[in-house]
Write a protein that binds this ligand. Sequence first.
Ligand SMILES: Nc1nc2c(ncn2[C@@H]2O[C@H](COP(=O)(O)OP(=O)(O)O)[C@@H](O)[C@H]2O)c(=O)[nH]1
Ligand SMILES: [Mg+2]
Length: 407
Amino acid sequence: MQGIAHHSLRFAHPLSCHFRRNIMLFARPVQSCSALFENCIWKTNSFITSFRSRLCVLAMAQDAEVLTDKEQRLLKNLYTGLIEGQRSCLAEAITLVESTHQRKRRMAQVLLQMVLSHHRKQEQLNHGKPLAFRVGLSGPPGAGKSTFIECFGKMLTEEGHKVAVLAVDPSSCTSGGSLLGDKTRMAELSRDMNAYIRPSPTRGTLGGVTRTTNEAILLTEGGGYNIVLVETVGVGQSEFAVADMVDMFILLLPPAGGVSCRGIKRGIVEMADLVVVTKADGDLLIPARRIQTEYVSALKLLRKRSSTWKPQVMRISAKNGEGISDLWGKMVQFQSSMLTSGELIARRRSQQRVWMWNLIQENVLLHFKNHPAVKNQIPILEEKVRIGMLSPGLAADTLLKSFSDRS
Ligand SMILES: Nc1nc2c(ncn2[C@@H]2O[C@H](COP(=O)(O)OP(=O)(O)O)[C@@H](O)[C@H]2O)c(=O)[nH]1
Ligand SMILES: [Mg+2]
């Protein structure tokens, strides 16, 4: 608060000065009215532009200023280590963005800002092309996602790529998740020096987990990982959240084996740039072919997400490695066609906007729920709505009115 008051004081002076000068101009009788008006508008607009950019620079500097010397030193070391590709620094940086501690959150934001400007410079050197390929992998539990990532990740690192794997598992917020299983399933990849595997934090809401995943993607890219795989289970809204963070979204479906494909939400199939039927080996080969045919027909009826790319259905087996390199070929084809058409950059830009609004939504809601004007009323009204004594609309209006009256 103190910082803000200080800056507004500093800005109050030039602003009032400028308006005073413009008012003086109006008072002079020699100039024509319209010339005077244009002059005034031009000066005010250019003032606002410079004011905005000064404010941005100040806001960034202000963020860094509030950090203690020790914190700034720590951030500098973390940033340098991260950019140099030290895994321990990447791990520490992700822990920092996952922290809910306010001071650490602030440090995390400064670090992210540093990584972002490093990114921008690197991308300029790369003729504006993104440095990394972000791929989302979703599918029901047991579809074979982790087994596929182990096999696929190893193939990529052997080809010289640096692969980061981030897992988003909101079910782990309540149940502890399947991390243990995943660790044993990705045993070889987790020992690979060119791969980095990071499970999602086991605490927090989906909103929190997706925020930190978005930030973790930036950090892994800052650490030099050029392929980022984001794995998510097809539960709740997590797959939609992941589809909004990546360049390419792949849906993995098991041929049978106890997991029903009928349960796959239509909406998520529409988000898929590629559908992959897994476990196409042994006894499962025939059902895998059948599912592939079913989805080929189903995709024809669905709304297209891209104007240039037609989603396709492929078959793979992580057990015997079949179809994995063909799949990679298809992914590369997707990336280059989306880059050429400009859709990939457009997708990233609109994702940035979605990300900002998600953050605002999350924070506004938190602010609302904790506001003294409504905090105590919420459980009482919630209960009244639950037992049918009060309509949800009226309860919401009451809470919103108390909030806006006291804000
Ligand atoms: N036959 C066969 N089984 C597989 C294949 N990929 C995974 N599985 C098995 O499917 C089960 C679930 O795999 P997992 O990778 O943990 O699925 P996730 O929950 O989607 O990550 C495990 O028992 C795997 O051994 C495959 O290509 N062929
Ligand atoms: Mg898994």
